[in-house]
Write a protein that binds this ligand. Structure first.
Ligand SMILES: *Cc1c(COP(=O)(O)O)cnc(C)c1O
Length: 337
C-alpha cells in the first residue's frame, strides 16, 4: 500500500532507531532525562526561544499552551479550520473553559484586520479576548503558508490589545523550508510555538512546546496535570533530535512530489480543482464520475490510500515513506482512472 493518508504514518528509519537505542535516559518528571533535556534545549534554540517542553502529542502541546495563556471565561481567536478547534475534541472548552471566536480566513490563514475586528471591547457582556492562535502550515487549508509580514501585523495587534499569540506549528518546518525562512523570526513573533516531531519529520511520537522560561515553567505544571509527565522517554526524544538533524531540509523533496501529484490530478476531468500546493499536502475537489469517497475506494483497490475529507475533497499527504517510485506509480494509476 502507498499510504498518502497522513504524514503521521511514517516509521522510524534504521538510523533513527539506532540513534534512539543509544540515547541516555532518566526520569523526566525529576528533570533527569538527558535526551529530553537536550531535545527541549535544542528546539528552543532553533527558534531563539528560552525553553522547551516535550509532550506526547501536538494536541497536548496546543492544549497546554491554551491553558497556560488563558483563564476560564476568556476567549481564543482563531481560524474556523484550526486544528485546535476542529480536531482536539473540544479541548479549548473542556480543558480551559474558554469560548472561541472563529474567523473565516483564506485557506486557514487569518489577517491582522480580522483579528483586530474580533477583539472584544472591555464590556461585562463579552468574554475577555485573551489569545490569538495561528496555524502554519494550515492542515485543512491544504498546507498553506502564512506570509511573515501578516504574522508580524497580527502580532502587533495582539500586543497592542494585551493578547498572547500562539502558533500551532505542527508543520512549521514545511513552511520554513518552503519559504526559506529563519526559524528565529517565528521565535520573535510568538509567545509560544507547538511543533510536531511525528508529522513530516518522521519521528514516531512527540511534540515540543517552546516559549519563555516562565511560560514553560507554568506549562510544565499543566503537563503533569494533563497526565503528560513521562518518565524514561528519552529514546522518543532522541528520535526527535535525530529528525531535527536529518529530516528538515529533505521536506522540500516531499513538496516537489506533491506538485507532481497535483499535475497528474489536474489532467483528469473528474478533478474540478486542486488547491494551490505550497508544501506536502494536496487537496483535490472531485466532480463527475467520482465523489471523494468513491475515488478513495477506487484508489484503495489499486493499492493507494488517501483520505476523503468531505463529500467532495480528497487529500494526499507526502512524507518520508513515499519515495520517487511510489510517486510515479501513483501518477500512473491516476492517469489510468
Ligand atoms: C497533527 C496536528 C496536530 C497535533 O496532532 P497530534 O496527533 O495530537 O500529535 C496539531 N495541529 C495540526 C495542524 C496538526 O496537523
Amino acid at each position: 500500500m502507498i499510504d498518502f493518508r497522513s504524514d503521521t504514518v511514517t516509521l522510524p528509519t534504521k538510523d533513527m532507531l539506532a540513534y534512539m537505542q543509544q540515547a541516555p535516559i532518566g526520569d523526566d518528571v525529576f528533570g533527569e532525562d538527558p535526551s529530553i533535556n537536550a531535545l527541549e534545549a535544542k528546539t528552543a534554540a532553533i527558534f531563539g526561544m528560552e525553553a522547551g517542553l516535550f509532550c506526547p502529542s501536538g494536541t497536548m502541546t496546543n492544549q497546554i499552551a491554551i491553558k497556560t495563556h488563558t483563564q476560564s471565561g476568556d476567549e481564543v481567536i482563531c481560524d474556523e479550520l484550526s486544528h485546535i478547534y476542529q480536531y482536539e475534541g473540544g479541548g479549548i472548552a473542556s480543558n480551559s473553559g474558554c469560548s472561541v471566536k472563529l474567523l473565516q480566513g483564506n485557506r486557514g490563514r487569518i489577517t491582522a484586520q480580522q483579528v483586530l475586528a474580533a477583539i472584544n471591547p472591555d464590556d461585562v457582556h463579552k468574554p475577555i479576548s485573551k489569545l490569538v492562535s495561528l496555524e502554519n502550515t494550515s492542515n485543512r487549508g491544504g498546507g498553506a503558508c502564512y506570509d511573515l509580514q501578516e504574522v508580524a501585523a497580527i502580532q502587533k495587534v495582539a500586543k497592542t490589545h494585551g493578547l498572547s499569540l500562539h502558533l500551532d506549528g505542527a508543520r512549521l518546518f514545511n513552511a520554513i523550508v518552503h519559504k526559506k525562512e529563519d526559524p528565529t523570526q517565528y521565535g520573535k513573533l510568538f509567545d509560544s510555538i507547538s511543533l510536531c516531531l511525528s508529522k513530516g519529520l518522521g519521528a514516531p511520537v512527540g511534540s515540543v512546546l517552546v516559549g519563555s522560561t516562565p511560560f514553560i515553567k507554568k506549562a510544565r505544571r499543566w503537563r503533569k496535570v494533563f497526565g503528560g509527565g513521562m518518565r524514561q522517554a528519552g529514546s522518543l526524544a532522541a528520535a526527535g533530535i535525530y529528525a531535527l538533524d536529518h529530516h528538515v531540509q529533505r521536506l522540500s523533496e516531499d513538496h516537489a512530489k506533491a506538485l507532481l501529484i497535483k499535475e497528474a490530478l489536474l489532467k483528469k476531468d473528474f478533478v474540478e480543482e486542486v488547491f494551490e500546493v505550497e508544501t506536502n499536502i494536496v487537496i483535490a475537489k472531485i466532480q463527475g464520475k467520482f465523489n471523494a469517497t468513491s475515488l478513495a475506494a477506487e484508489l484503495k483497490q489499486k493499492g493507494i490510500l488517501v483520505i476523503a475529507m468531505s463529500p467532495t475533497l480528497v487529500r494526499f499527504v507526502l512524507h518520508l515513506d513515499i519515495n520517487e517510485e511510489m510517486t510515479h506509480q501513483t501518477i500512473k494509476t491516476i492517469h489510468a482512472l
